[in-house]
Design a binder for this molecule. Structure first.
Ligand code: PLP
Length: 422
C-alpha cells in the first residue's frame, strides 16, 4: 500500500518522520524499499481514452490535474513523491518542484503578473530575484514597488497604497506581494503577520509569496503567519550536500493550479535524478538543520566578543525588546545557521580572514553539510549599486557564513585561527 497516512489514530506524525516513506508504494516497484529513479521521458497509456483524459487534466480542460503519468516535462513519479513530501513540512495543500530556485521564482512571477500589473516586494531580495523584478519584468510592462524588510504595518500599508495607485495608473492590478525573510545577506526579518493584516485591509486579492530558503521549512513556516506560497531554493538546506540545483513552491492549491500550466509550457520541472537525490536529502533535513543551527550558536557565542569582530548579524543574538526580536519570537523556532560576520577593518581584513580559514571553504551558496564563507560585497552582491549596498549594510568587511554539521569545536578552532591571521 502507498504509505500516505499522516496519523496513527489521533496521533499526528511529524513531517520529519514522514520523509522516510510517504507517498511511495514499494509494491509498485518490485518491492524496492527506495523509489527507483524513473529515467524516462514519456509514459505509456493503457488506452487512447486514458491519454485523452490525462491531457484534459494537463491542459486545464478538466480540473484536478493530470490524473496519470504523461511526459516528464509535466510529471514523473520521482517529482510527484518529492512534491508530496515537500508539501508536508508546512502542511501545504500542494507543491511543485523546479530545476532551480530561480526557475521556481521566474515561473511564479510569470504566472501571476501581466503587463500593467505591479509587484509589491520587500527588500533586500536574493540578487537574482531583484534582477528579475527590477530589471527584466519592467521590460514587459510589469512594475514594482518595494519596502524595507523591517517595515512596520503602517509603512507597509502606505506602500500598498502606492502600489495600488501605480497599478491604477498603468491599467493593471497589484498581482503579487513578494517577500524574502530573513533577507540575504543582512538577515532582516519581514513581519509576515503584519503584511497579511495590511493585505487584508488594503489588497485583499493580492497573494503573498515568500522566499523561505534560509530558515525553512524547519525553523520558519510562514504559511502559519498568513503567506499563501513558500518558495525554496532546494539547492540550499533542502538538498543540503552542495551537490544539486533545484527549487520548490508549496502552498494554496488554487495558486499552485495557476502556476502548473506555466511550468508545463515553459519547462523547468526538476529532473528525476535530482528529485531522487532530494528525496534522500529530505530524510535528514531536520537532523542536518538542527545540528547546523546548534553549531552556529556555538560559533557565534565564541565570535560575539572577539576583539577582531566588529559585530555579528545572527538571528540568535537579536537584542531583547527590539522589533526584529519580536518578529523572530512570533515567526521562527530557531536561528538557523547562516549569519553575517563583520570583521574589524575593511575588504583587506575580510579577505585575510577568508584566506586563512582551513576547514571552512571559500565559496558562495549555503545550507550544505560543510561550512562555507564568502564576501558578498565582492562576490554575490558585486552587481548591486554601491548606494543600495550601503542601504542594505553590505559593507566591504562583511563575511557571510553558512555553518555546516562538522564538530563545533573544530569550527571554533578554525575561526579563532583565521581571526588571529587578520
Ligand atoms: C540560492 C537562492 C535562490 C536561488 O536559488 P537557485 O537554486 O540558485 O536558483 C533564491 N533565493 C534565495 C534566498 C537563495 O539563497
Amino acid at each position: 500500500m502507498v504509505s500516505n497516512d499522516t496519523k496513527i489514530g489521533n496521533h499526528t506524525i511529524d513531517p520529519a518522520t514522514l520523509m522516510m516513506g510517504y507517498g511511495f508504494d514499494p509494491h509498485l516497484s518490485e518491492g524496492s524499499l527506495k523509489p527507483p529513479i524513473f529515467h524516462t521521458s514519456t509514459f505509456v497509456f493503457e488506452k487512447a481514452a486514458d491519454g485523452k483524459h490525462f491531457f484534459e487534466g494537463i491542459t486545464g480542460k478538466r480540473p484536478g490535474g493530470a490524473g496519470g503519468l504523461v511526459y516528464s516535462r509535466f510529471n514523473n513519479p520521482n517529482q510527484e513523491i518529492l512534491e508530496d513530501r515537500l508539501a508536508l513540512w508546512e502542511n501545504a495543500e500542494d507543491a511543485l518542484v523546479f530545476s532551480s530556485g530561480m526557475t521556481a521564482i521566474s515561473v511564479l512571477l510569470l504566472s501571476m503578473a501581466r503587463p500593467g500589473d505591479v509587484i509589491l516586494m520587500s527588500g533586500p531580495l536574493y540578487a537574482a530575484t531583484e534582477s528579475i523584478i527590477m530589471k527584466i519584468l519592467p521590460q514587459f510592462g510589469i512594475h514594482y514597488v518595494d519596502f524595507p524588510a523591517s517595515a512596520t504595518r503602517e509603512e507597509i500599508e502606505a506602500k500598498m497604497d502606492d502600489a495600488k495607485a501605480l497599478a491604477d495608473d498603468k491599467g493593471g492590478k497589484v498581482a503579487l506581494i513578494y517577500l524574502e525573510s530573513p533577507g540575504n545577506p543582512t538577515n532582516a526579518l519581514v513581519d509576515v503577520e503584519a503584511v497579511d493584516a495590511a493585505r487584508k485591509a488594503k489588497l485583499p486579492d493580492a497573494p503573498i509569496a515568500i522566499d523561505n530558503t534560509f530558515l525553512g521549512p524547519v525553523f520558519a513556516k510562514p504559511q502559519d503567519q498568513g503567506a499563501d506560497l513558500s518558495i525554496y531554493s532546494l539547492t540550499k538546506y533542502a538538498g543540503g550536500h552542495s551537490d544539486l540545483i533545484a527549487g520548490g513552491i508549496t502552498g494554496k492549491k488554487a495558486l499552485i493550479d495557476k502556476i502548473i500550466p506555466m511550468r508545463n509550457t515553459l519547462g523547468g520541472i526538476c529532473d528525476a535524478n535530482t528529485a531522487w537525490m532530494l528525496l534522500r536529502s529530505l530524510e535528514t533535513l531536520e537532523l542536518r538543520m538542527t545540528r547546523a543551527a546548534d553549531n552556529a550558536r556555538a560559533v557565534c557565542d565564541f565570535l560575539k566578543d572577539h576583539p577582531k569582530v566588529e559585530r555579528l548579524g545572527y538571528l540568535g543574538h537579536l537584542p531583547e525588546g527590539s522589533r526584529q526580536k519580536d518578529i523572530y519570537d512570533r515567526h521562527c523556532s530557531g536561528a538557523g545557521s547562516t549569519f553575517s560576520l563583520y570583521v574589524k577593518g575593511g575588504e583587506a581584513e575580510a579577505f585575510r580572514f577568508l584566506d586563512a580559514l582551513k576547514l571552512a571553504k571559500l565559496a558562495v551558496s549555503l545550507g550544505g553539510t560543510e561550512t562555507l564563507a564568502s564576501a558578498p560585497a565582492a562576490m554575490t552582491h558585486l552587481s548591486v549599486p554601491e548606494e543600495r549596498r550601503q542601504q542594505l549594510d553590505i559593507q566591504d568587511n562583511l563575511v557571510r557564513v553558512s555553518i555546516g554539521i562538522e564538530k563545533p569545536d573544530d569550527l571554533i578552532a578554525d575561526f579563532a585561527n583565521a581571526l588571529d591571521a587578520v
